[in-house]
Design a protein around this ligand. Sequence first.
Ligand code: TMP
Length: 243
Amino acid sequence: MALQARRGRFITFEGPEGCGKSTQVRLLRGRLEALGRPVTQTREPGATALGVAVRQLLLGTDQLQLVPETEAFLLSADRAQHVAEVIRPALAAGHVVLSDRHVDSMLAYQGYGGGMDLTSLTHLASIATGGLAPDLTVLIDLDPTISLARRHASSSAGGEINRFDRRALAFHHRVREGFLMLAAGEPDRFIVIDGALGVEEVAETIWSAVQPTLGGQYAGRTRTAAQLPLFDVTQFELCAIVS
Ligand code: TMP
């Protein structure tokens, strides 16, 4: 008995600066790879050649005074290229795609934070993604006073401080509320985790949420059912088991 490759899985990580997303993406990647699952780790903005330029324009300088609409168009250009060049090919190859930020960041930052109309932003996002939506979104929630303090502490050690980090605390509170509203509106897609918990505890909670999402697909490889960890066999979609 062998497993037939199915489409990969798309998992996004969202939350404020300094919430620990990047650490958790790295930990999850390690865990998945240890199980033999192919992983594509990526981020927005900045995962393609165009994205690097967009990231520099958007975050690299304070000299440009960008209105939220301009930010949304730049981020959507990055996203369209990211989906076409990185995410869709990786999903087609059966990878688990882990993206540090995606559409929900635009809804939270440019929408709730910047005051842009959410319906227009959702339309813009669907043009950029062609309707692709994450299978699971991990929202690491953290009070902005803590997240910004962490961010500024890491900047003294050489970490990046961007134009959003420098915005007023009220902006960051709106972004946080926005993320929480988005999560409340789609409870099946989101898992919300308290970012004030320790790194290990957050990682365990994420792992518990990720396992059911993975199903049993082992893209790009063939394994016998006996070689799979128990959760893969029990949660495996029937149609993916072939003789
Ligand atoms: P990060 O890589 O440290 O998360 O920084 C990316 C910054 O860009 C962060 O401040 C959030 C912001 N951003 C938006 O405002 N809208 C978006 O759609 C995305 C993807 C990021």
